[in-house]
Design a protein around this ligand. Structure first.
Ligand SMILES: C=C(O[C@@H]1C=C(C(=O)O)C=C[C@H]1O)C(=O)O
Length: 369
């Protein structure tokens, strides 16, 4: 189906107020949509096939689109045929004031200096009134962020979210789990971008250490790759790939321990989460939760098996699980887009830099409105 037809389906689904997700995985040749025809909420089942959406910390915020019950649509991802349209109007933002946010960051640094907590990921939200059409905003995300996981997700009882995240939580192919430690942020245009400071290196290292520690409980074979800069829109992050051999039936439990990683909560986890819940003063909902495909059958490559033979062989379908951390995202409600942006705070953080970082991160979403 071409993208124009797919958009019509999405508009129709929104009109009927029925749940759906539409997404593009990093560098994938396809855009995928899953349309549901009932508004019932289903718990996430890692033994089933479907699309999971899970909130940061509230167990009520979760839904599983079961593949067997959804209409699946594939549309080729053709960047040249996508139409970028922004509203080009001054955007009115409503957010906590700079000085108040910097005070919150100072308090967080103070907390870190006086407790065993070493890192806390603090965030703020920005409300934007915009006439931008929701499906157009998604199309714009597709235009701008080819190597991110871009999505639009809607459930009439749970909300409407869209975003372009650079962060994989886990991907699982048979018994090979791949994840990443992603933290530390700079503008990609910054000439000194490759010279990461000790603050960024340290905050990213907490993430690597914590992920490896959790995985050790389930794997004897863990490989930590080399750390490099990963581009996410106009930003750069420090990125370390991590792989582990696991028993696929352990996935649900591994996720329970892995999420939220210190990339989005802090370290040690429990204390950092408690601090966030007590001090951020709003609910993160799906921001810093995770979403993606669970046991998804891969597209079949038909190919001629042998020369001069008529039959085509079908490749075995290996189900894949690919979950992404819900970052660079926003919630939509009645012409209001609420953006969520945060950053890792350590004892070395500078409050004004943290404000700038959230401003830079918000640009990923503001660009599409
Ligand atoms: C918390 C966010 O991003 C996370 C925090 C980062 C940081 O502190 O430098 C970098 C990437 C993400 O792991 C966000 O985008 O809101």
């Amino acid at each position: 189906m071409n993208f124009q037809e797919l958009k019509n389906k999405l508009v129709n689904q929104l009109k009927k107020n029925l749940p759906f997700v539409v997404y593009h995985k990093p560098n994938s040749p396809n855009i995928v949509a899953l349309l549901e025809n009932s508004t019932q909420i289903y718990p996430v089942e890692y033994s089933e096939q479907g699309f999971a959406m899970i909130g940061f910390n509230n167990p009520k915020l979760a839904h599983f689109i079961r593949l067997s019950q959804a209409k699946k649509i594939n549309s080729p991802y053709l960047p040249n045929q996508l139409d970028f349209q922004s509203k080009n109007q001054p955007i009115k933002e409503k957010s906590i004031a700079k000085s108040s946010y910097e005070n919150k960051i100072k308090q967080s640094i103070n907390f870190i200096e006086n407790t065993k907590v070493e890192k806390v990921v603090f965030s703020r939200k920005i409300e934007v009134e915009s006439q931008q059409n929701l499906v157009q905003a998604f199309e714009n995300l597709l235009c701008l962020y080819e190597d991110a996981f871009t999505y639009l997700w809607h459930h009439p009882k749970l909300g409407t979210w869209l975003g372009a995240t650079p962060e994989t939580l886990v991907s699982l192919n048979r018994n090979r789990l791949t994840t990443m430690a992603l933290a530390g942020t700079k503008l990609a245009s910054n000439k000194a971008a490759e010279n990461w400071g000790s603050k960024e290196k340290e905050e990213q290292n907490y993430v690597t250490k914590a992920i490896v520690n959790e995985l050790k409980k389930y794997s004897e074979k863990i490989n930590i790759g080399t750390t490099s800069s990963k581009k996410a829109g106009k930003l750069l992050h420090l990125h370390t790939p991590i792989t582990a051999q696991i028993n696929p039936s352990d996935l649900a439990e591994i996720l329970k321990y892995l999420h939220p990683t210190p990339a989005v909560a802090g370290f040690p986890k429990k204390e950092a989460v408690d601090y966030i819940l007590a001090n951020e003063a709003y609910e993160r909902k799906y921001y810093t939760g995770f979403l993606g495909e669970v046991n998804f059958p891969q597209e079949v490559n038909k190919r001629k098996h042998r020369k001069n033979q008529e039959f085509t062989a079908v490749q075995p379908r290996i189900p894949l699980t690919e979950l992404y951390v819900n970052l660079r995202c926003m919630e939509y409600d009645n012409q209001r887009y609420t953006l969520y942006v945060g950053g890792g705070i350590t004892k070395e953080s500078k409050p004004s830099d943290e404000w700038e970082e959230t401003k830079n991160k918000s640009q990923t979403m503001l660009n599409v409105l």
